[in-house]
Design a protein around this ligand. Sequence first.
Ligand code: COA
Length: 199
Amino acid sequence: MPNPLERYSIRKVEEQDLPAITEIYNERITNSTGLFIYDPLTVDYMKKWFETTKEMGYPAIVAVEKTTGQTVAYSYLGSFRSKPAYNLSAEITVYIHLDHHRQGLGRLLSLEIMRIAKDLKFKAITAGITSENTPSIGLFKSLGFNEAGVFRNTGYKFGRFLDVTFLEYCIPETEGPGDGKIPTFIPFPWDTYVYGQSS
Ligand SMILES: CC(C)(COP(=O)(O)OP(=O)(O)OC[C@H]1O[C@@H](n2cnc3c(N)ncnc32)[C@H](O)[C@@H]1OP(=O)(O)O)[C@@H](O)C(=O)NCCC(=O)NCCS
């Protein structure tokens, strides 16, 4: 497979990406059990997601096809669970436009988000994947995620109960802040981020 960086560039999400991101997401909402959402979302909804992600200091990145300028994939971290003891855990999401599957983008974006997570001092990256979504589970396992467990019949879509597989990747280098201190990650450098570079 050719190096995906010959065809695509990676940068932070910008507001202009939101229609393309919404379209990629809505295609999976409509046609797959990968998301436990029934109805397509609006660009305005995704704008709120974008603002919240920035405000909270989580990273969000896109892949742009160099020849067309089209935003074709995105990945981000979000809160795993909201209680403060979970602050150094984050959930990963990665979506690739159907026309750009199997070009190495899922691996490229996930690895970059994992690199960023280490920089921001997260401890654990989690992924909750519908168990029949074998491409995603295959992707994360190939990146070193371990299967943490399966919740049976916890989702219901298209008239069927669905299992959800949880995977996690732990970052050994991250240490806790010390007893009695509330853990906080370093906010993503939204103004200065450059692909592959630590701030
Ligand atoms: C899962 C997904 C992100 C993979 O992206 P991709 O760019 O097509 O994947 P890559 O080309 O980087 O492949 C990386 C690895 O993923 C796995 N993989 C990807 N597609 C696969 C498929 N159809 N079947 C089995 N394994 C697959 C393989 O391990 C692959 O490594 P290999 O090429 O050496 O075999 C993509 O299918 C997608 O966007 N799916 C919908 C969104 C989704 O379900 N996201 C997960 C929730 S966060």
